[in-house]
Design a protein around this ligand. Structure first.
Ligand code: HEM
Length: 516
């Protein structure tokens, strides 16, 4: 305790009183929101575990079981369970239509992120305007530039893959998640901050470790009860690391931006074609100054790099255990390239329909999080089934359970690389009866498949991500043979903790350069 008081110093009394006040008010608020507004009438899963604290502990130790139980029992109804931060209301798929497009003033993603990412302590994020600016740039500049930037991205990926995997003249071991992180950071960096800086360790290291420190800090904070977190934050070194990352990012990027501004004054200067430049060109329209660009870039890497790495690694873990599928994919990539001047053009990537299907099936069988569409109700909402949601209610969708629903996906427990290819082409019956079968593409976000979220805030970076993942996998498929080491044949198990299910980052694969 001594250490704590030394850390908080003279602010301690203010902190403590604010704290008691908040605790008292919150207890009253939880009571009133559940009992006065009628949320308590929504069926509860985990009731048998005991009181709220016992249910919270049950959630920490076996969330997956609780979600599966809830979905099996109430999949077409609204139900609830108790999480680390109070009750979570799980909406059935058909009610997501009611809320998916509601304005942020009613259903807020920002409040949900604030809560789930413990922004009060981690200091993550920017202003609302900065977030809107980033989303605008991703949608209108980055996504529209894919065709133009693809040759550059292809080249950077080819270079980074050789750098990371080495010559691989003979079978060579690679801890693939670690390698993939660097390949994704460098390739994305080429487009985010330009080819001159993306290979620099000053970019790669923070682009990777900012996210790691953030999620470690959040994980540690969540182990403290919410009302003890104002204290807990001082015992978590990663929170200080986050502040340091932000300081260093500003120090590092400021001169780069200043230099570019100087050059822009010069006649005939050809400005770089990257996110940083697009940010500089459009900042004034969104009231975003050059000083904010370093932090916006950090937020961009946070959204882009680990998500893309996880997805790519999971696909590799899935296919390496199926050598027949690897050969089929390799043939598809070779044919597509041959039809497009031996290049991985946008059209060639589009023709890789089996690869697209395998990537989507990998997301279906490895949902990295049990839930999606996490939102906080800001203004009272009454759903079409009559459920009333008062302000402050946490809502979400049981994403992982939906992906295992046999009424939506036949033989859901089986990895079928051709599943979405067959659904797209009409070769197998479509349980969801989509009018447009293109909805089975990797990048499509629907309420039946929420790996990229759903509704007005569905991931804007999914087109860039899909493009980049295909480029990386296609490069690996045509340039390398790969297999599991030590005669292993079973797919590496994912690591399940709390709501997350992640690829094991310590596992190795063997690579050998083809035609070497
Ligand atoms: C496979 C890789 C990726 C996955 C699985 C993924 C997944 C997601 C998910 C689940 C959300 C929340 C959506 C919701 O709650 O409805 C999201 C939001 C977001 N993603 Fe991605 N993402 C990926 C890659 C990227 C990339 C490459 C970028 C940037 C280029 C990006 C930028 C964003 C941004 C800015 C948001 C916030 C959108 C908003 O609040 O409106 N993501 N992403």
């Amino acid at each position: 305790m001594d250490q704590f008081w030394r850390l908080v110093g003279p602010r301690s009394i203010a902190v403590a009183s604010a704290f008691l006040l908040v605790t008292g008010v919150s207890v009253l608020w939880v009571f009133s929101s559940l009992y006065v507004t009628g949320l308590s009438t929504i069926p509860l899963i985990g009731d048998e575990l005991g009181n709220a604290e016992q249910r919270r502990k049950g959630f920490i130790s076996h969330a997956q079981k609780l979600y599966n139980m809830g979905y099996a029992k109430f999949k077409n109804r609204t139900w609830r369970l108790t999480g680390t931060d109070g009750d979570r209301i799980i909406l059935p798929r058909h009610l997501l239509d009611d809320v998916g497009r509601m304005p942020d003033s009613h259903i807020s993603i920002e409040k949900a992120i604030e809560k789930s990412n413990e922004i009060r302590y981690t200091g993550l994020g920017g202003t609302q305007g900065e977030t809107e600016f980033l989303i605008h740039l991703i949608r209108s500049d980055l996504t529209h530039a894919l065709n133009r930037i693809n040759p550059r991205l292809e080249e950077e990926i080819a270079h980074a893959t050789v750098e990371e995997l080495g010559p691989c003249e003979d079978w060579t071991r690679a801890v693939i998640y670690q390698k993939m992180l660097r390949i994704v950071a460098v390739a994305s960096g080429n487009i985010f901050i330009g080819p001159d800086l993306c290979r620099s360790e000053e970019w790669i290291v923070p682009a990777i470790t900012y996210t790691v420190d953030l999620f470690t800090a959040i994980g540690k904070l969540k182990q403290w009860r919410w009302w003890t977190r104002p204290i807990g934050q001082y015992f978590i070194p990663e929170i200080e690391s986050l502040h340091q990352h932000r300081r260093k990012a500003v120090e590092w990027l400021e001169p780069v931006v200043a230099k570019r501004r100087q050059m822009m004054e010069k006649k005939g200067y050809e400005a770089p074609d990257d996110m940083l430049q697009w940010m500089m060109n459009k900042g004034h329209e969104f009231n975003v100054s050059d000083n904010s660009l370093a932090l916006i870039q950090l937020n961009l890497s946070l959204a882009a790099i680990h998500t893309t790495t996880l997805t790519t690694t999971l696909v590799l873990y899935d296919i390496v255990a199926q050598p027949g599928l690897v050969q089929e994919l390799r043939n598809e990539v070779r044919t597509a390239m041959a039809n497009h001047g031996d290049k991985l053009t946008t059209r060639a990537l589009h023709d890789m329909r089996l690869l697209d299907s395998v990537m989507k099936e990998s997301q279906r069988t490895n949902p990295v999080n049990l839930v999606r569409f996490i939102r906080i109700v800001e203004k009272p909402v009454t759903l079409s089934d009559g459920t009333y949601l008062p302000p402050g209610t946490h809502i979400e969708s049981a994403h992982a359970s939906i992906l295992q629903d046999r009424n939506l996906y036949s033989n859901p427990e089986t990895f079928d690389g051709h599943r979405f290819l067959n659904l797209r082409s009409g070769a197998t019956p479509d349980p969801l009866q989509y009018k447009n079968k293109e909805q089975y593409q990797f990048v499509t976000a629907t309420k039946d498949f929420m790996s990229f979220g759903y509704g007005r805030h569905a991931c804007p970076g999914r087109f860039f991500a899909g493009n980049e993942i295909k480029l990386i996998l296609a490069r690996i498929l045509v340039d390398y043979d790969f297999k599991m080491p030590d005669g292993l044949t079973e797919r590496y198990a994912n690591l399940n903790t709390g709501l997350d299910s992640l690829p094991d980052p310590t596992k190795a694969l063997l690579f050998k350069r083809l035609n070497s």
